[in-house]
Design a protein around this ligand. Structure first.
Ligand SMILES: Cc1cc2nc3c(=O)[nH]c(=O)nc-3n(C[C@H](O)[C@H](O)[C@H](O)COP(=O)(O)OP(=O)(O)OC[C@H]3O[C@@H](n4cnc5c(N)ncnc54)[C@H](O)[C@@H]3O)c2cc1C
Length: 116
């Protein structure tokens, strides 16, 4: 559906990778796009001729059942979050399709089964 051709795709695995990618784009004056779950309809997570920071490999979901909180890395899909929280009887209002990214759902979206 999306026909964009970035020059470089940085498949980051930690914050240091992201910092290096941002610095590389700045030093080389490259347009920058950020990919979380990759479900943005218009393809705003990619760009032509620039650098894509692909966060899809950063998807850990540590749950703290005592404080009933969960943190997600920026490439975490909704299904991984549901899987990790369900075991502790917790749930987060998100979207319906499991492959959608938590990052994008948080920035603009979040309409799902737990919405009223
Ligand atoms: C099949 C499908 C089903 C969907 N179902 C639902 C649903 O049930 N409920 C709902 O509310 N929405 C739904 N959506 C819409 C979805 O919430 C939005 O498209 C959302 O933006 C997708 O997030 P993503 O992380 O997967 O996408 P991405 O394309 O990776 O990111 C979306 C936008 O956020 C930016 N972004 C991502 N991560 C970061 C970051 N760490 N820092 C800064 N910017 C960042 C990207 O550059 C992009 O502009 C659905 C979309 C699709 C394609």
């Amino acid at each position: 559906m999306i026909d964009k051709r970035p020059k470089v795709i940085a498949r980051c695995t930690d914050a240091a990778d992201v910092m290096a990618a941002v610095n590389y784009a700045r030093e080389n004056q490259l347009l920058l796009a950020i990919r979380g779950g990759g479900h943005n309809g218009p393809g705003l997570d990619s760009c032509d001729g620039g650098l894509v920071i692909d966060l899809s490999q950063m998807h850990s979901v540590p749950v703290d059942p005592v404080s009933r909180t969960v943190r997600v890395e920026p490439g975490c899909p909704a299904a991984d979050l549901d899987h990790a929280t369900h075991a502790f009887g917790l749930a987060v209002p998100l979207g319906i399709v499991g492959s959608t990214g938590v990052a994008g759902l948080t920035l603009g979206g979040g309409t799902g089964y737990l919405a009223r």
